[in-house]
Design a protein around this ligand. Sequence first.
Ligand SMILES: Cc1cc2nc3c(=O)[nH]c(=O)nc-3n(C[C@H](O)[C@H](O)[C@H](O)COP(=O)(O)OP(=O)(O)OC[C@H]3O[C@@H](n4cnc5c(N)ncnc54)[C@H](O)[C@@H]3O)c2cc1C
Length: 482
Amino acid sequence: MRVAIIGGGVAGLAAAYELEKNGVPYTLFEASPRLGGVISSEIVNGAVLELGPDSFLTEKPQAAELCRELGLADQLVGSNDEARKTFIVVKNRLIAMPDGLMFLIPTKLIPTAMTSLFSWGTKIRMGLELLHPPRKTDGSDESVADLVCRHYGPEAVDRLADPLLSGIYGGDSSQLSAQTVLPKLVEMEQEYGSLTRGMLAGHRKMKAAMKKRANEVSAAVQPGSTSGSAAKPAPARTIFTTLKGGMKQLTEALTAKLNPTAIRLNTPVTSLEPISVGWLVKTGESEATTQQYDAVIIATQAWAAGKMLEKVDAELAADLTGVAYSSSVTVNLVYKDSEINLPDGFGFLVPASEGRAMLACTFVHRKFLGRTPPNQAVLRAFLGGMRGESLLAESDASLIETVRRELMDILHLTAIPITTRVTRWRRSMAQYSVGHNDRKARISDHVAKLKGLYLAGNAYDGIGISDCIRLGRKAASEISKL
Ligand SMILES: Cc1cc2nc3c(=O)[nH]c(=O)nc-3n(C[C@H](O)[C@H](O)[C@H](O)COP(=O)(O)OP(=O)(O)OC[C@H]3O[C@@H](n4cnc5c(N)ncnc54)[C@H](O)[C@@H]3O)c2cc1C
């Protein structure tokens, strides 16, 4: 059995690692000169700068589990949740997101009533939302904006749903699929009608389950208990987890476990062809070479996968190419801490209606402690997204100037940064548009008919790092069992 892995982002690397562990020979083809895909970090004068993703969601365990497996347990750092406060920019003012928001849903009456984020009309609508009857639906998908607007009105879309989703996906809430991006809310609407009631009921159930677990643990540590006096209550989980030396520690540790002779950098795969005993993999534009493999894992962006499969299955290729992708720019700015004055919190989100280039800005040194020297502060602006594609064509100097101008308007920040880094990520973040679940089912049906072909990456079943690791490892372990 010989396997070709196409794409050396975290999904492809996780697949290669799994094959390596299982003793299955493979070749990993990567188009660019480096491995890691969008995961890329730099350490400048002691400050960790994340040029791509800065962390993973702790709730999804696959990334932390892999880090532990790779010997990085002592490098894991939780987010500084005590300082977690996120602001929304409204007419150049920073307004804290009200307490009690869960998955966009307001669940606490007083903070929602007191916030200046919403007008009284929206607040009254949020109260009346409790009376929504359960929804009869034909199962068709709709956009996140439509779902949120139906319950809480357009202002909740503009000031909450849209900025949150563009800060995460670089996405546009009027295009993102409610069924894929917010499946829990779609279920709640069917069961409870009101999303607020559904969320509160879910929260009560979760608290009861946690209390039960805590009681079981404390019973287990009672004197005379036979079930192990070593049992300790689990430490509180933080929302995000990162690595002390940057997210690149994960991709570097993965790479270190791979056979270096199995890695082909600067080697784009141009096409695939199924043959009776496997697949022919064609690489290189000018000096094309073709090699034969028993199985292939495509771990590239879906549009690149579509291109490779054009001649194999035109319908599959069209569905893959049809997955929308957003491009983004990160601008890291390092300041002398003494020269800037930031509000308490993790950072802010910018609604599209504000007409700014920035979608979000993270106060990095506050979100993760111990990764920035004490006399420095790191601000990371996130730009681009579905509505800001044209920004990628701008020069570094112009993007820095734009970010600094906007920081001056919003934070009154005039200090000159001591270090700057601008990084462009073209068509890197998959967008789960309305109808994504149907597209995904069609893709799976077609792939199932192509023996020895597997897909992994952020276009299918979750865009987060843990999702990509899960899909990469799953494909490899299925192949290892053949
Ligand atoms: C700016 C940014 C911030 C993000 N922040 C977070 C975050 O904080 N937390 C989180 O969980 N997720 C975050 N994400 C999402 C997450 O990082 C990505 O979804 C994930 O890392 C994608 O991994 P991947 O391996 O699927 O794809 P990629 O990292 O895109 O890798 C695909 C690889 O395939 C290669 N390739 C393409 N075509 C070919 C070809 N023809 N032949 C060979 N190789 C090819 C590419 O060069 C690339 O290296 C962020 C994404 C971006 C862009």
